[in-house]
Structures are given as structure tokens and as C-alpha cells.
Design a protein around this ligand. Structure first.
Ligand code: ARG
Length: 473
């Protein structure tokens, strides 16, 4: 980035002004430091615009071929890192246009006919977001594929299911992972939905009111792969609701990954000891030699805060703006870029991290013995034998208390002991028979929840198959 101190003499609006802006103002108002990331999209948009201008006879065919040749060279320079971005050029749009004019002369000066940076920048962001959403959707698919593989391997591996972080009922580890597969599926739906509204063309709105040239916006839309054109010029150059929606979709997806991260962190703690993460996702401590810290999931959890911040930044950026374009909107880019970078890096990390999880199935099963996890199964058993549910609930509460006093789990109680502790609940004890011990096993408990959405291994496998079929579409 060079900083020529020649005022705004090379700017697109210099004739009107009698003194140059100060270096501080120049730096304050410039966006080229960050919007140069949209260079490829800016060139794509300019080429489509130039082709339309030539088709409509607004510029000559020679101008068009000069513009095409110049833009090809500029794109090459940018890709090879040879392009000189200047602060004087202010933003990506003017930097590229100035270079074009330096390369091809007058044809470069004709490119901006019937266009403004206002509709140009709105088009660039939409193109950039569309590309980014497509990458995100592909990455969600990769992550989900790996998640499904792990879920399938553990479709029948028992895990204590928690509510209030207290052991509640047995679930399978595969079922637990499939909860995240469902969240990811909705995240993908959200991104696809945002993409529909991103994929509309602002170009042709010019500064705010449209343009006097006989433009063909439908042609430009087709050239750039937009589904439709934005129907109001004021709205098209000013609103950034699509960027807000994008950040909202990122914030929700990151919130989901943050929850998964929290679980990985808990599970990896020796207090749980349910999993190990591959060493490449953990770090040691500089002082405590024994430590293996889940830094990566912790950072995912932490980075969720910054994308929430970006969402709030964009909402706040927009809320006080009168129509139409205001320079405030230049502040939309860094939040968008950082939200996108964070989302993409996090998904890449997760797709890999999930393949490196070592499941400690023995510890999961041992933990299940600690929380009377099949108490609900005992209650359901009594209900199926005719006891009203509230009475069954009370009878089982008494059984749990007795087991706790004895220091054992429900299946370790004898039939007589179970009957004795329920004696105060009329009709309960006589419902108990030897078949209760099948019901009280973890496997019995899991297999009994055999309906769509339930944790029975058979259902988990069916859910995985459905998810795979959706991914293959
Ligand atoms: N860099 C500006 C942005 O990001 C481009 C549009 C500038 N338009 C203007 N009228 N100053 O919003």
C-alpha cells in the first residue's frame, strides 16, 4: 500500500475542491485496506457492466475489448501480488479504475458511465457474500459427513443423557451427535435462505435514483448469475439487511458450535473422561507439565462472542440511516469479512477435529451407573402395568432413595427390596415382577425408545441414513 501525499488530485471528484484532505482524513475515510478483498468481484461486476454498455451502444466495441484486456491484466497483477494499492485511490473500486485508465486510456474513463460506486459496492458485497455462502455450505456438508461417520460408529454406544447437567436418562453417543447434525442442517438451510436474498442485483441503481442511459439490468443480472434485479434504486444502494442476515446466520451456527465445544471441553475433563481430542487440537501448559488443554474448542466458544458483536455492529450501523446511501455503510465490510473468516475457519477445524475424537465408551457406561438413569424406565414399567403415572413417579422416587442409602443402582436392588421400599404407594409393589430387570438395563432403556426421534440404536441408524440421503442431494 503506497501513500502518495498528493491530496485527492487523483480522486474521482477532485475538480470541485480547493484544498486536499489531510492525511489523517484520507486514512480515516479510506477502505482500500480491507475492501481490496473484493477485487475479483469488483472486476467481475465491471466486466458485466461494460458488456451491457457496449451491447446497448453506450460505449463502443473497441472500448469494451480494451476494458476486457485491461481488466485481465489487472486481475493477473492482483493475483500475483504485483498490484500497487494506493491510499489515494481510497477504495477497491477507484484503485482498479485508476489502474485501468493508466493501462488503456479513455476507455477506462468510460467504464463508470451509468454507474455509481454506490450500486457498484452493493453489487460487489453481494457477489462476495454469495461466493462465501457457497463455501460455507460446502464446509457444513464436509463437517456433517464426518459427524455422521462418528455417529454411525457409536449408534449404540450408551452415554448418560443430561438435563440440568444432572444424569437424566441413557442415550446413545450417536444420538447425541445427531442432535448437532440436525442443528447443522438448519444452519445450512438458513445460509441457503440468506443466499436467495443476497442474490439480487443492485447495479443499475446508480447513485440512488437510477440512470438516464438506456441500460439493460436483466442482462447484467444474467451475466453475473443473479436471480433477479433489486426493484427499487434507493433501497438497492442503501440497505444492508442481507449482510445482517448473513451475520445472524453465522451467529446462530457459531452458537451451535460453541455448545458442542462446551461439551467436548466437559467430556475431555478427567471428571467426565468421555473423550480424548487428537493431540493436534490441544496444547500443553507452560507451567504444568501434566496438562492437555482443549484450546481449540475453547477458542470456538470464545470466537462466538466476536461474531455476535459483528451482528450487533451491523444492526446498529443500519438503524439510524436515512435513505439512500451513506458512508456509514463502508463500515459493513470488516464485520462481514471477519464473521465469514471465523465461520469458515471454525467449520474447517471442526470437520477435522471430529475425526480425531477418541471415544471412551467404558467411562460413559460407568458414569451411567451413578445417576439412576433408568428410573424413568421403572416408572414407565409400573404405568404399563396399570399404575397411574403420578403414583409410579412416587414409588420410583422411594426406590431411588432406598438405592442411594444402600449405595447401589436400581438394577442391583433385589425384587424384594424394591417391593419393600414402595410399600407405601398402594398398588405399586405387586406390579413388580422379574421382568423388571430387563427394563432397568441400559440396553433395555435405549431400545425401548423406538420411534422417530428416539434414542433406540435402530432409530439412530435410520436418522443417520436420512441425513446421508439429504447430504447426497
Ligand atoms: N468505499 C465505499 C463503501 O464501501 C464505496 C461507495 C462510496 N460511495 C460514495 N458515495 N462515497 O461504501
Amino acid at each position: 500500500m503506497t501513500d502518495k501525499s498528493s491530496g485527492n488530485a487523483s480522486g474521482a471528484w477532485s475538480g470541485r475542491f480547493s484544498e486536499p484532505v489531510s492525511d489523517l482524513v484520507k486514512r480515516y475515510t479510506a477502505s482500500v485496506f480491507f475492501d481490496c478483498r473484493m477485487a475479483a468481484q469488483d472486476i467481475r461486476g465491471s466486466l458485466a457492466h461494460a458488456r451491457m454498455l457496449a451491447r446497448q451502444g453506450i460505449i463502443g466495441n473497441q472500448d469494451l475489448s480494451d476494458i476486457e484486456r485491461g481488466m485481465a491484466q489487472i486481475l493477473g497483477e492482483i493475483e500475483r501480488g504485483e498490484f500497487t494499492w494506493t491510499l489515494d485511490g481510497e477504495d477497491v473500486h477507484m484503485n482498479i479504475e485508476q489502474r485501468l485508465t493508466a493501462l488503456i486510456g479513455d476507455a477506462g474513463k468510460r467504464l463508470h458511465t451509468g454507474r455509481s460506486r454506490n450500486d457498484q459496492v452493493a453489487t460487489d458485497i453481494r457477489l462476495w457474500l454469495r461466493d462465501t455462502i457457497d463455501s460455507i455450505l460446502a464446509l457444513i456438508g464436509d463437517f456433517q459427513t464426518n459427524l455422521l461417520n462418528l455417529a454411525e460408529e457409536h449408534a449404540a454406544t450408551p452415554l448418560p443423557g443430561h438435563t440440568h447437567l444432572q444424569i437424566a436418562q441413557p442415550v446413545t453417543f450417536g444420538h447425541h451427535l445427531m442432535a448437532y447434525s440436525e442443528m447443522l442442517r438448519r444452519d445450512a438451510e438458513r445460509f441457503a435462505d440468506v443466499r436467495r436474498r443476497v442474490n439480487r442485483l443492485p447495479l443499475g441503481s446508480a447513485a440512488l435514483a437510477g440512470t438516464t442511459y438506456p441500460i439493460d439490468r436483466e442482462f447484467v443480472a444474467r451475466e453475473l448469475g443473479f436471480d433477479e434485479v433489486c426493484e427499487n434504486s434507493l433501497d438497492a444502494v442503501s440497505d444492508r439487511d442481507f449482510a445482517i442476515e448473513f451475520c445472524a446466520a453465522v451467529a446462530v451456527a457459531m452458537m451451535h458450535l460453541s455448545r458442542l465445544s462446551e461439551e467436548l471441553i466437559l467430556w475431555m475433563s478427567p471428571r467426565f473422561g468421555f473423550i480424548d481430542l487428537a493431540d493436534r487440537f490441544t496444547t500443553g501448559s507452560s507451567i504444568m507439565p501434566q496438562k492437555k488443554n482443549p484450546d481449540v474448542p475453547e477458542l470456538v466458544r470464545g470466537k462466538t462472542g466476536r461474531v455476535n458483536g459483528h451482528l450487533i455492529a451491523l444492526l446498529t450501523l443500519m438503524k439510524g440511516q436515512p435513505l439512500a446511501y451513506n458512508k456509514d455503510n463502508q463500515e459493513d465490510k470488516e464485520p462481514i469479512f471477519d464473521a465469514a473468516d471465523t465461520m469458515i475457519d471454525t467449520l474447517r477445524i471442526y470437520a477435522d477435529m471430529i475425526t480425531g475424537i477418541k471415544v471412551k465408551a467404558h467411562n460413559m457406561r460407568e458414569a451411567l451407573k451413578l445417576g439412576f438413569a433408568t428410573a424413568t424406565d421403572l416408572a414407565d414399567y409400573l404405568v404399563k402395568k396399570g399404575l397411574p403415572f403420578r403414583d409410579a413417579h412416587e414409588a420410583v422416587a422411594l426406590a431411588v432413595r432406598a438405592a442411594e442409602t444402600k449405595g447401589c443402582d436400581l438394577p442391583q436392588m433385589s425384587l424384594d427390596a424394591l417391593r419393600a421400599c414402595m410399600a407405601h404407594v398402594p398398588g405399586a409393589a405387586e406390579k413388580l415382577a422379574d421382568d423388571i430387570f430387563g427394563v432397568l438395563t441400559v440396553e433395555g432403556s435405549l431400545a425401548a425408545r423406538n420411534h422417530i426421534g428416539g434414542t433406540a440404536p435402530e432409530q439412530v441408524r435410520a436418522a443417520i441414513a436420512r441425513a446421508r440421503a439429504r447430504l447426497a442431494k
